[in-house]
Design a binder for this molecule. Sequence first.
Ligand SMILES: [Zn+2]
Length: 415
Amino acid sequence: MDYPLTTATSFLQDFAQMSRHGATPGGGVDRQAATPEDHATRAWFGDWLARHGLAEAVDGIGNQFGCVTLRPGAPYILVGSHLDSQPLAGRYDGAYGVLAAAHAVAAVAAEAGAGGLEPKYNLAVVNWFNEEGGRFAPSVMGSSVFAGLFDREQMLSVKDLQGVSVREALEGIGYLGTDAGPKAAGYAEIHIEQGRILEREGINIGLVDSSWYTQKLDIEVLGEQSHTGATAMADRHDALVAASKIILMVHEVTKNFDEEALVSSVGQLTLEPNSPIVVARRVHLVADLRSGDPEIVNAARARVLADIGKLAAEHDIKVNVKDFDIRPIRRFPEAGLELSAKIAANLGLSSRRIQTMAGHDSVAMNTAVPSVMLFIPSVDGVSHCEREFTSDEDMVTGVEMLTGVARELVQGELA
Ligand SMILES: [Zn+2]
């Protein structure tokens, strides 16, 4: 690796400093969207932008930009990811991509300043608001509003489980901005793979060619509240018992398809009244179905719905199911894939095309402007947990790769 040693060292020092915000005892971070920990990370990042001569801007959904003018009046190439995390998460998911983008933007801006390239666009790093969606659903919120896929006012009124709205939470941390944000002409992002393909094959860079088809099911199980002691077993309409069976259905449905062709889970459940001496009257849960093939998701959904219908009849309870957050397969532009493969080869890095099973800000941005999405390896493929890990060497390699991509995009190579 011939990446300048001082640059690599400063990146790793910055990464260590950034990772202190919202740090958890298990070596991870916990900084859900618009919490004090998210605020601390944003403030640190805002300071980083100022120290590196990037002009900070915050838009009306909390997206945080650091802009540099290379060609006055021209639109911007955006490079970024997200600083928010899941609860008890790893320190690489999203945050690595934002810091890598910041270093790439600073390096390309310095090169342009020294007359080393001919910029056709301006350049900005971005920290998208609420990519994770753990506190406020749906996920990929800030970039989707920016790309025009979600309505801003509607997203500002979304509430967390405590009844706090996005608007109130953003105002609370001082990040409900009024800036319009830069006008985008292209986008690039780097992220940890969160799977084990690159590690298994010993490959440096994943070139993301498409995203998986995903959909969620909003499931409301309505039983009847009663006394856990005094009610005869035959008279109970226990919403939690029925909900438990639904959780298993969602898990088991994957077995009807080829191994790893479909992934599914129930990750959120709320229970009312949630008292130890009351049979539950209502359970709300969210199921998540994903596949590279939309037909498989549709078949799995149909099967789950049929099984839920039978279950509702057996338990004599009502179950309401609504489809939401359906995200079609989206393909990244061929020109960006070819350009990235060439950049990797010139840097002496191995690369391969790869699909993303997870949602990313780049998937939303790619609907608005030509976008490039890159992966670096994840050790053991683990993510959304404190054990998430990527080596320093792989991180630095990724910064070098992203810098190469930003350098080409800013010169109009993907226009
Ligand atoms: Zn992420």
